[in-house]
Write a protein that binds this ligand. Structure first.
Ligand SMILES: Cc1cc2nc3c(=O)[nH]c(=O)nc-3n(C[C@H](O)[C@H](O)[C@H](O)COP(=O)(O)OP(=O)(O)OC[C@H]3O[C@@H](n4cnc5c(N)ncnc54)[C@H](O)[C@@H]3O)c2cc1C
Length: 369
């Protein structure tokens, strides 16, 4: 079944790469992370070649829930417990700053209307309050919120966006500014200074691999540290039920938002769907669809399901993303543990800064012990 984000979005038609091209930077993977890197490099005066095995935002970057949440995958208080206060605060701050840049680059695709973390039960409600207090203690906004959708905490600076529209806006702007972007062009071998593709090669002193869900294959040396997992969503026909906010619930396992035309896009349930979701297969399953329909029914939504899709993302064991020089001049990013929209953009931008200047606070804070 189709992807809601493909409706009304026309991707730029890109040729495959044939022959040898050269640039200051080669970006492998033209999802949200890679395209942010392309634009950052152009802003710094670098020439750029970008290649994608398929098309613009073919992977999770064009198939996700459309949430813009500050922070890493763990909630702020959990990140403090896991990684220490200073590191958790630095990472949260970087994502807050990235969100503003993200919005500025494609404002038509972004809605910063706040996102609700909904408490599923009393224990999660207690956790919501600890979460709120940790954010407030560090100077970030978070308020208790209650509506017919339930109670939880509202983070007013978070938001939602249209993933494929944003990617296409970035790609079109990049092409207009002289980036050479190629579709149907997988990187089949990456070595310092050169990326080999089926019918050509890219020569570049700086290479960025931004293929979150496919990192285990594109960079085999990382295969032990990243694990692909399938995430699934459905979207309904327009419904008369009006949701007050975009919501994530049950500690983020489930998430949904209502689009401007009344459709509801909802995903989640990976924990209840079982170990079969630890896969790089992207076929949607009947079990996921049934689970998501049951969540909609709890909200009184019985509009027909018109879209059902899946994509893979990568998880790491410690919950922190990969941002690493894997060969001289070759950096890899990914492993966002299901929350790569902002973190991936921040790291794509950060690695370009690293290439351009030899240092990046974003990179050093994400990699610090
Ligand atoms: C259903 C679902 C819901 C999600 N919801 C959210 C959310 O609400 N908020 C959030 O922050 N995150 C969410 N995520 C995670 C988020 O979508 C991803 O972490 C993020 O989009 C990763 O973007 P990316 O650009 O790094 O990589 P990807 O989107 O995975 O892009 C990789 C690109 O690289 C290409 N590629 C792969 N291998 C090669 C190769 N060898 N050579 C060349 N090109 C290659 C692919 O074709 C693809 O276009 C969700 C993910 C899914 C699947």
């Amino acid at each position: 079944m189709s992807i809601i984000w493909d409706v009304d979005v026309e991707r730029p038609v890109l040729p495959p790469l044939r022959g040898t091209v050269a640039a200051d930077l080669c970006v492998i993977g033209l999802g949200g992370s890679g395209l942010t890197a392309v634009r950052e490099a152009q802003a710094r005066g670098m020439s750029v070649v970008g290649i994608d095995a398929d098309r613009i935002a073919a992977g999770a970057a064009g198939r996700n829930g459309g949430f813009l949440l500050a922070g890493i995958a763990a909630f702020h208080h959990d990140a403090i417990d896991a990684h220490g206060h200073d590191k958790a605060l630095a990472l949260y701050q970087h994502t807050v700053e990235e969100m503003d840049k993200f919005e500025a680059a494609a404002p038509q695709a972004v809605r910063r209307e706040g996102v609700l973390r909904k408490a599923h039960d009393d224990a999660e409600w207690e956790d919501c309050l600890v979460h709120r207090d940790a954010l407030r203690a560090d100077g970030f906004d978070a308020d208790v919120h209650e509506s017919w959708q339930g109670r939880g905490i509202l983070i007013p600076t978070d938001g939602t966006f249209h993933p494929a529209m944003r990617a296409c806006l970035l790609a079109n702007a990049a092409i207009a500014d002289g980036a050479r972007l190629y579709a149907d062009t997988p990187a089949i071998e990456i070595e310092p200074g050169v990326v080999h593709t089926p019918e050509g090669e890219v020569r570049a002193a700086n290479i960025l691999v931004a293929v979150d869900g496919n990192l285990h294959r594109a960079v085999p040396s990382l295969a032990e540290r990243v694990r692909p997992v399938r995430l699934q969503m459905v979207a309904t026909a327009p419904t008369d039920v009006r949701l007050t906010h975009a919501v994530y619930a049950r500690d983020g396992w489930d998430y949904w938002q209502q689009l401007e035309d009344g459709r509801v896009a909802i995903g989640g349930g990976r924990d209840v769907l079982g170990d079969g979701e630890w896969t790089d297969a992207t076929e949607p399953t009947d079990a996921a669809r049934a689970y998501l329909i049951s969540l909609l029914a709890e909200m009184g939504i019985d509009a027909p399901i018109e879209h059902h899709w899946a994509a893979t993302v990568s998880y790491t064991d410690n919950g922190l993303p990969i941002v690493e020089e894997v060969q001289p001049g070759v950096w890899a990013i990914g492993g966002y543990c299901g929350t790569g929209n902002i973190v991936g953009a921040a790291l794509g931008r950060g690695v370009v800064e690293q290439f351009a200047t030899g240092q990046s606070r974003v990179v050093s804070d994400f990699t610090a012990d």
